[in-house]
Ligand binder design. Structure first.
Ligand SMILES: *Cc1c(COP(=O)(O)O)cnc(C)c1O
Length: 356
């Protein structure tokens, strides 16, 4: 009997492996350091705003997310027409590929990088062109340029790179963008931008203003601590932003999520304090790891990367026994989020014992 068949690419979509919850151990607090989440509770005013929105769940949300577009346009100093909100920046990746790629068109990105990229590209029937990161976990931008062909529609720069950690500099990005053909969309995925502490750091908004083919992807999931509510946005000149909006799911962002995102934007001072505390904590972990003799790439997000190759699984098990759950990428390495101080301290203990 003939069965309905999905398009062939659907059978090739890689599975997204979410960070695991920690194994519960009696008498031991467990820490989830596997999904780059923010360890802090919601920012002041956010629970109240979300709770008010809960009371009207019988109504559809504002489909145009008007108040959130206004708040973002105001905050960023960009026209609303240059913004596209979505249900997380994962959705923006799907929407971009959907809007710009025909079957077989190519999307160039670094690898290993964010695991949603190959999933979104394959879902759309487009073709991934993965350019290996360097030994120290950085984008090989010259190799990415060399990988651009007549079929390339999109090139993505993930900075800081998830899961390896380093960020590109503005000078590197400028040199890269100067060579990307103007008909190719250049994504700068800035999911962790608030955590970057380095010289010559990328100014995403200046970059979007200078390049009509650049689109910035940003999210409320990491620094803003709203991972569970699914809100992300793109900043790009109008034609790209409009294409992203055109292919979005109607009513995607719930009223609760819109209210929480607006309230989070209003709590900017508290947000910046928390991000700073996490950046300080990251610097402490990084320094301690180097001191122990670990060779970890420079972390600019809220996570560190251990390139453990075949020892990755053993490291994940050792971490789990110490009450922290990390995100292993089999045969490649383990990514560990910066979380509560106690969890971070346990990471250092595990890392020290693992070297012995
Ligand atoms: C976490 C992350 C995102 C954001 O995902 P959301 O869908 O907004 O939760 C986007 N890009 C990268 C590289 C990430 O690590």
């Amino acid at each position: 009997m003939a069965h309905p068949q999905p398009r062939p690419n659907v059978l090739q979509i890689p599975t997204y492996v979410p960070g695991k919850p920690p194994t519960l151990r009696p008498g031991m607090t467990a820490y989830k350091l596997s999904s780059n989440e923010n360890p802090y509770p919601p920012l002041p005013g956010v629970v109240e705003a979300a709770t008010q929105a809960v009371a009207v769940m019988n109504r559809y949300p504002d489909m145009g997310s008007t108040a959130l577009y206004d708040a973002l346009a105001d905050r960023l100093g960009v026209p609303r027409t240059d913004l596209a909100l979505a249900t997380g920046s994962v959705a923006l990746i799907y929407q971009l590929v959907n809007a710009y790629c025909e079957t077989g068109d190519e999307v160039v990105y670094a690898w290993r990088s964010f695991e949603a990229y190959p999933i979104a590209v394959t879902t759309a029937g487009a073709t991934s062109v993965q350019v290996p990161v360097t030994a120290d976990g950085r984008h090989d931008l010259p190799a990415m340029l060399a990988a651009i062909t007549d079929r390339t529609r999109i090139v993505m720069v993930c900075t800081p790179n998830n899961p390896t950690g380093p960020a590109v500099t503005q000078s590197e990005l400028d040199a890269f963008l100067a060579e990307v053909p103007p008909h190719v969309v250049a994504v700068v995925d800035e999911a962790y931008l608030e955590f970057v502490r380095m010289d010559d750091k990328v100014d995403g908004l200046a970059t979007y203003r200078a390049h009509p083919n650049v689109v910035l992807f940003r999210t409320f999931s990491k620094a803003y601590g709203l991972a569970g509510f699914r809100v992300g946005y793109a900043v790009a000149q109008e034609s790209i932003a409009a294409a992203l909006r055109a292919v979005s799911l109607p009513f995607g962002i719930s009223g609760v999520a819109q209210a929480a995102a607006i309230a989070s934007l209003e709590a900017q001072d508290e947000l910046l304090e928390r991000v700073e505390a996490l950046a300080v904590e990251r610097a402490r972990i990084y320094a301690a790891l180097l001191e122990m003799g670990w060779d970890v790439p420079e972390p600019q997000g809220n996570f560190v990367w251990f390139a453990l190759a075949e020892r990755t699984g053993d490291f994940a098990v050792a971490a789990d026994e110490a009450g922290i759950v990390v995100r292993p990428f089999a045969g490649e390495g383990a990514r560990v989020s910066i979380g509560e101080t106690e969890g971070n301290d346990r990471l250092l203990e595990v890392a020290r014992a693992f070297l012995a």
